[in-house]
Design a protein around this ligand. Structure first.
Ligand code: G4P
Ligand code: NA
Ligand code: NA
Length: 189
């Protein structure tokens, strides 16, 4: 998505050799028109796949997952992050480490909203090492639903997450690939 590359160059800032700050585009502020176009891109990729629900994890995945769901005409379900958990037999929970935050969180999805009849498109904003994504994929598998694919806005190719998911024979599409952040330079793939 050329437009998104231009916006990343203009509004992103390289924090280190592996972290790109994207508060202006994804993590703190969003441009609704741009997010709508991202949702259209994902919807176009999956339009013939019989998707019944779009799933993401709060918080930064929600805007683009919403526009994707809107374009596909299906509900959006966002998994919640929980610091403390009340035992809830109706919830699917996975514990995941977080790359940027350096903490462990539990992500939770109610069985009420994803069932074995669903065909799920999982959307997220950024993939790094893929811990959160793998947790979400495990939850979808445990629900009995079919995971049709994973749509990621920005794939950091120099970290292992996206490839590890593809290696599980799961379809993964990203709108922009970043191959390096070395020396403050953003290199696209
Ligand atoms: P991973 O699954 O790919 O390993 O990522 P991980 O869980 O380690 O990432 C934790 C959080 O850090 C995620 O946000 C992810 O989007 C974000 N992240 C990873 N690398 C970068 C980066 O280079 N730049 C930015 N801006 N974010 C990055 P999250 O925990 O889901 O939080 P939220 O943003 O959804 O609230
Ligand atoms: Na996210
Ligand atoms: Na994020």
């Amino acid at each position: 998505m050329e437009e998104l590359k231009e916006r990343i160059l203009a509004e992103g800032s390289v924090m280190s050799n592996d972290v790109l700050k994207l508060d202006a585009l994804l993590n703190h502020q969003v441009d609704p028109q741009l997010i709508m176009r991202m949702g259209k891109e994902f919807a176009d990729l999956y339009r013939t796949e019989g998707v019944t629900k779009v799933v993401t994890v709060e918080s930064s995945g929600i805007p683009v997952a919403f526009t994707t769901a809107f374009e596909l005409g299906v509900p959006l379900v966002f998994a919640r992050r929980k610091k403390t958990l009340l035992a809830d037999p109706d919830s699917l929970i996975e514990r995941v480490p977080s790359f940027t935050k350096g903490i462990v969180t539990d992500i939770m999805l109610s069985r009420q909203f994803v069932t074995e009849n669903d065909r799920i498109l999982f959307i997220d904003d950024i993939i790094a090492n893929g811990d959160a994504a793998r947790g979400m994929i495990r939850i979808i598998e445990r629900s009995g639903a079919t995971l049709v694919g994973v749509g990621i806005v920005i794939e950091k190719c120099f970290q292992s997450g996206a490839q590890a998911i593809r290696d599980q024979n799961i379809r993964l599409d990203s709108l922009v690939k970043i191959t390096s952040l070395q020396d403050g330079q953003i290199t696209f793939g």
